[in-house]
Every structure is written in structure tokens, then in C-alpha cells.
Design a protein around this ligand. Sequence first.
Ligand SMILES: NC(=O)c1ccc[n+]([C@@H]2O[C@H](COP(=O)([O-])OP(=O)(O)OC[C@H]3O[C@@H](n4cnc5c(N)ncnc54)[C@H](O)[C@@H]3O)[C@@H](O)[C@H]2O)c1
Ligand SMILES: [Zn+2]
Length: 357
Amino acid sequence: MITIDVRSAAGDYPVLIGSGVLDDISELSARIVGRPPRSVVTDAVVARLHAHRVAAALDVDPIVLAGGESNKRWSAVETSCRRWLADGLDRSSIVLALGGGIVTDTVGFAAATYLRGIAWIAAPTTLLGMVDAAVGGKTGVNLPEGKNLVGAFWPPALVVADTDTLATLPPRELRAGLAEVVKAAWISDHSLLDLVPVGADIGYDSLTKSGWVEMVARSIRIKSEIVADDEREAGLRKSLNLGHTLGHALEAATDYRRFLHGEAVAWGLEAAALLGRRHGVLSAHGEQELRSAAQRLGPRPAIDDLDPERVCRFIATDKKRDAQGVAWVLPTDDGVVLDQRVETSEAIEVMRELQRG
Ligand SMILES: NC(=O)c1ccc[n+]([C@@H]2O[C@H](COP(=O)([O-])OP(=O)(O)OC[C@H]3O[C@@H](n4cnc5c(N)ncnc54)[C@H](O)[C@@H]3O)[C@@H](O)[C@H]2O)c1
Ligand SMILES: [Zn+2]
């Protein structure tokens, strides 16, 4: 088991990464947070596959939320809070969020607001949840108008990432999560790229158990260092948006139906590599290296049929826009540069270049 301590203004918290660590949740929680969780909240898929492991040890009947981005909404927060009330949870109670980023974002936000805030534990069960969503303290839900429009900074008291849970994750979800690993590696640990499995049929078996632990831990370390230095995204935390400007636009332009988030980010990493080269901040070699790291994650939904002008209009409405244009994070040979102004016309050209292959 690897432990990473995350610094936070709201209180530091440990992230435990290991094979099988969920089996010890009751004891770990008692030792680190002082008491075991009184409630487990999960989604239907994870309830079927993994919840029994914690529910039996904790002697609780899990709250099962409907899964999917469209259910990351107020009503799920209300469902959780009302059950907690019915079960007599008070201000000193701790709740456990077991699932992917949808569950941890929703339950973290419910915990932030229940009785004006109770402690929570994140037990991410997707790769994206482990390396991204569960660490950093951002919680929230969507509105019909857009993603993550209501939320709170409410860091967990503990994160328990059991990499064994990845064994049941659909390979497509696994590959999408790897795009965030590639992103993190590019930001500050290029040697991590060597641990990322490659090929058209990447799956859980592509790495050993300890390989998963090491790769997840090193990715979490990168994110934790960045968020510790800039919890509220005044500067450095923006570097985590590498690949996300075009990525978000692709997701929005296809109504969040065509791409998994990480797949859109993989396209976005390629776009950022092309732009980095054009802006003279990334060498030809660096461009090739980042693009091939994204491509080696295997096939992803195509962008050929999308109108670049339409897609790039979604960039212009992104919250990263200001008077001088849209601020991109661009890759350099050994990291990233923030706040690079990119004209819409340039983004369109780059997307056309990606479509040409
Ligand atoms: N708070 C943050 O800083 C942050 C950062 C990144 C992403 N996010 C959020 O995370 C969400 C996406 O998270 P996600 O990609 O984990 O999606 P998700 O939670 O929907 O999980 C993806 C799918 O995998 C299933 N699943 C989860 N664990 C499984 C397992 N071990 N085996 C089999 N199936 C499993 C889920 O039921 C779901 O169908 C988005 O809403 C995004 O906004 C938040
Ligand atoms: Zn992301």
C-alpha cells in the first residue's frame, strides 16, 4: 500500500493506494479518521460488483444512486441526504462514496451540505476517479444548463483507491482514464509514460497488480502536488486542463454522447501538441511524443464528420475565455505553459489537421 498525503486548507488527508485495500476499510477508517463510515453510497453497477465488500464489513445497507452523467444532479444529493437523516446520521458521522467520479462528485457535494457539512471518504473505483476526481476537493453536480455548475470545495477525510476494482472496469473506461494519466505524466513526470500500457486491446491484464498501484500512485502524486499548491485554481491548477479545451468542446458538440471524457481529452492532447509546436513552445520531437502517447491508448471515436467551426464555437463559450481570446494550456518539452492565447481560427485549423490524420 502506498500513502500520499495531500495538503489542503481544509485539512490534510491521506490517499491510500493498494491492491485489496477496500477489504480493510473499517479498520483503516477507524485508525485514520477515528471511526468507521455510517453510510455507503454507490451506483447500481458498483453496488453489484463491489459494494458487498464494504457493506458487510461496515454492516450497512448501501444507498444505490442511478449512474450516469445525467443522474449527477440535485435529486441524487437529496436522495442521499434524506437517507442519512432517516438513518440518524449526525454531524459527527462519516459517509463513504464508492464508485466513479459521478458518485464521488455527488456524494462529496451531499456531504458538504448535509447538516452544513460532514466528513466523507472517497473510494474511487474507476481509473479516472482514482487519478483525478477523488483527489483535489472539488465536488458538485450538473444543471441542465451545463456540467458542474453547482458544487463546493469539500475535500474528503480519506481516499482509499483499491486498484483491484479496476479489474471489472470496461476496457474502454480504462483506456479513457489512461488519457488522464498521460496528461499528468506530461505535466510533470515524463518517465510515468513508460508505465502506461499501449495497444488496441488495453485491459486490466495489460499491467500487473503492482504496476497498477504504481501507475495510479504516481498519477495521484502529480495531481496532489498541484492542488496542494493551488487548491482554488488561481494558477498552477490550470495546468490540469492540458488537453481539456478541445476535449470539452468535442464532448459538448456531441451532446456528451459520443466520447468518454478521457477519449475527448486524448483528442485534446493531440490538438494541444499541434498548437504547442505552432506557438514555438514545443519541439517537433515533443509534438510527436505527446501525440503518439495519446494514440497508443488505442482507438477512440472519430472526429472526421464533425464541423470544426461548430466544435470550436464551444471553445469560445468555455469559461476559460477572456477579452484577449481563449486561454489554452500548451505542452512544452518538459511540462506545460499556462494562459496561451489561441485564436478560434487557429483552433479550427488544428482540428482540420487532426481530421486529416
Ligand atoms: N471532482 C473532480 O476534480 C473531477 C475530476 C475529473 C472528473 N470529475 C467528474 O467525474 C465524472 C466521471 O467519472 P467516471 O469517468 O469515473 O464516470 P462514472 O462514475 O460514470 O463511471 C463510469 C462507469 O463505470 C462504472 N463503474 C465504476 N466503477 C466500476 C468498476 N470498478 N467496475 C465496473 N464498472 C464500474 C460506473 O457505474 C459507470 O457506468 C464526471 O462527472 C466528471 O465531471 C470530477
Ligand atoms: Zn479530465
